[in-house]
Design a protein around this ligand. Sequence first.
Ligand SMILES: [Zn+2]
Length: 385
Amino acid sequence: MTNFVDLADVPVVDNHAHAIEARQPTGLASWRALFTESPDPGMRAHEVADTAFYRRLIRSLEAFYGVSGEDGVLRARESRSAAELVSELFRDASILGVVIDTGYPAPENAMEVADFMAASGAEYVGLLRLEVEFQRLLVEYGSYDDFIASVREFVSDVRGGGFAGFKSIAAYRTGLAIERWSDDAARDAYAQARVEVELTGSVRLGYKPLLDTLLHLAFEAAAVQELPVQFHVGYGDPDVDLRRASPLELRNILEDSAYRSMPVVLLHGCWPYFREGAYLASVYGNAYLDLSYAVPFISIGEMTSMTRAALAVAPFSKLMYSSDGSRIPELSWIAAKDGRQVIGSVLGELIADGDLDIDQARDAGERILRDNALRLYGFRSQVTR
Ligand SMILES: [Zn+2]
């Protein structure tokens, strides 16, 4: 028996996404490469087209643009400006708000926020990507004490600076097992990082004692300001060592009583560690699980497994919808469409099994798609219930 819960009328708040590029990618090769995390040229050009995700995306866009084939989709989108694409796709997907990680793509390639908001009709809040800001300050400050003072200053009044929280990509640098280090160890790591700055003019923060120390400074400030901190968890390009990117590695942070007032948002459903992520959201009061429906690039069936695991154990107040879309608006669009469908079908299962009644299921769907993120990130729109 099917008890699908129709959530088509619920506007979504996309709790994790990235900016849309002002100059959209053109040509088949750069288009296909948007839908894989593989750096392998053959995978980016060819095998990516043989995935369940890509086939579904093209089929959905053929219907949306009223065209046929991959070529038809490319011609349709390339005849439109970035603003036209955003306007058509965001409005069709009924996207009420977005939470944007401003660290990628580079701000100089992104649509202006005002242009994006006008085109999409969506409310916007921005997050600061910690590692990018630390790297910028590290290049600027040649003494450890001055550098640390600049980091403290930078994390001290985040909302005053116009941002709604932090994003960390520690998983892409030194892993999620963030430790406490001696002052000497942090200073030694800073000296090594400065050697890289002297040699290359920039730095990649792969110095664990230093990065961990800076993250603790940011978390202390986030706890005081009750600021959400998003963590990249699990799935990503091979720059992530997936062995170090399980959400269970965050135990030190989740167990630290000093950080109880810092909401921790575990991104991408933690896929493939989605059961672990769902568990953490069910036991730690400040842990939230992001359910992401465009990235990872997976089938409807696997998104259903992820959603089923999350709804099986975590409170509905701890789950939030996202796309993890970046650069092109099609990802935000297909995530909203597929996310509503997948969440609606999993809620239908819960009704069929006698876990929830129809009203409770509808309420859970609205919270996951919209209300939890409105509240957590402090959007202007009020929670409607
Ligand atoms: Zn992301």
